[in-house]
Ligand binder design. Structure first.
Ligand code: ATP
Length: 415
């Protein structure tokens, strides 16, 4: 099956908006063993729209058009598609009622311009939109299929899952299995060196390394003609070998992020944590509280950006700050111990560093970060110099701090 995706919207041709709908569609089509041959982004202008739809329908078997199904004058996808197919648009009163009801639930009358969203290409199947007003449309033209979907990602995804996925399942080319191993603490090239002889030679298997700040992911996929179990068997064997090579650097095998893994362990152990941050400005607290259920373990987080704040909130001695500086192993340790003491938690986790772009010195260049972890047994401190801009330094710092905690919990569990 040859597939084209057309993203409609003049805003997508500016530097301010990104076409993420096509990424979602591509991911889900790949899950069915289907590949996308081409993507096109086109503005709202009717001639360009018609020409994009005409070209894709001539070349591909399955064409998705996203966006331009709204109620306003510049929403022209329905009109353009109908014109290319030479079919009329039919106003469906039942869809008008559905849209009216949606507005009534919100306590408002339906503006008359929304009637346009009830226009359906003759012969199209209507794909109900549980998350918005414009329904999608599924049009079969001989052996070819044209699918119209609204642009807002929540609406596109809801319709895709409920209406499009089941219709496409019959065109599934193969059963696909996917496994993701997430690692931290090693660079991309370190990971690559450890695993490079394990890249599968078989056509139907793939191992890909994806790097983001502080995290290297290994994506394993395999396909098999008959059953998902047949596809996943070789992946399990490969994952086992990768785990042997990478050991404790792997923190997740089920898609979970580092904060989820750490949060889960803390909850299981019924232990609590408090956080003191300087250069990360609250990002560590944010990550820990992103996880549902974090209230069972997370007590409080301090953003102690200034020296007086570190003294007053955490009891970091003035002498420590004067002698060693705010960015030092001694201050990081005093922050972790101080926050653990004031919050009365099992763990105190702290970060202090120079996120940049200015503020670096010869012995503490930009990117120098100290992370500290304190519990009833001991206080440990680590120093790392991270590369990258301010945001990357901040992300990597929180990753390092969370990983210190993960490894400490692991150590305790291993006895
Ligand atoms: P609506 O009925 O809400 O007007 P629509 O189908 O007309 O939906 P558009 O008007 O084209 O969709 O876009 C509405 C919003 O959806 C855009 O402002 C944008 O935020 C988002 N959107 C549209 N296309 C995409 C895309 N390809 N990727 C990500 N977001 C998109």
């Amino acid at each position: 099956v040859k597939i084209h995706l057309i993203a409609v919207g003049s805003e997508l041709l500016t530097p301010f908006f990104r076409d993420t709908d096509s990424l979602y569609l591509t991911g889900r089509l790949n899950d069915l063993g289907l590949d996308v041959a081409a993507k096109i982004i086109v503005g709202d202008e009717i001639d360009n729209l018609r020409s994009a739809v005409r070209t894709s329908l001539a070349e591909a078997d399955l064409v998705f058009v996203t966006g331009g199904l709204g109620p306003t004058g510049d929403d022209r996808t329905r009109e353009a598609a109908a014109a290319v197919l030479g079919r009329p648009l039919i106003l469906r009163e039942d869809i008008v009622r559905t849209i009216e009801k949606r507005f009534l639930r919100l306590g408002r009358p339906m503006p008359s311009s929304n009637r346009k969203q009830a226009e359906v290409i003759e012969g199209a199947a209507v794909l109900a939109n549980p998350a918005g007003t414009a329904p999608g449309q599924w049009v079969e033209i001989g052996k070819k299929t044209l699918v119209l979907l609204p642009g807002p990602p929540s609406e596109l995804q809801a319709i895709f899952e409920a209406e499009v996925w089941p219709r496409l399942s019959s065109r599934r080319r193969a059963c696909l299995a996917r496994l993701v191993l997430k690692t931290t603490g090693k660079t991309e090239s370190e990971v690559e060196d450890l695993i490079k002889d394990l890249y599968p030679k078989e056509e139907d298997r793939r191992l890909t390394i994806l790097a983001s700040p502080g995290q290297i992911e290994l994506h394993l996929t395999a396909s098999a003609a008959d059953s998902p179990a047949q596809a996943s068997a070789p992946l399990t064997a490969l994952a086992l070998e990768l785990k042997k090579r990478l050991g404790p650097a792997i923190f997740s095998e089920d898609g979970a992020d580092l904060e989820e893994v750490v949060g889960r362990r803390l909850r299981e152990r019924k232990e609590t944590i408090a956080v003191a941050e300087s250069c990360t400005g609250g990002l560590l607290s944010r990550r820990l509280t992103r996880v549902p259920g974090s209230s069972a373990t997370f007590r409080e987080g301090f953003v102690t950006y200034s020296n007086p704040s570190k003294r007053k909130r955490l009891g970091v001695p003035a002498e420590t700050l004067e002698t060693y500086g705010a960015v030092s192993a001694e201050t990081a340790a005093a922050m972790a111990e101080g926050v653990r003491r004031t919050a009365r938690t099992d763990y105190g986790l702290a970060v202090t560093g120079i996120a940049g772009p200015s503020g670096g010195t010869a012995d503490k260049p930009v990117g120098t970060v100290y992370t500290a972890l304190s519990d009833e047994m001991k206080t440990s401190v680590e120093r790392v110099v991270f590369l990258g801009d301010r945001e990357r330094v901040q992300i990597q710092s929180t990753q390092k701090a969370l990983d210190m905690l993960r490894l400490r919990l692991r150590e305790k569990e291993d006895g």
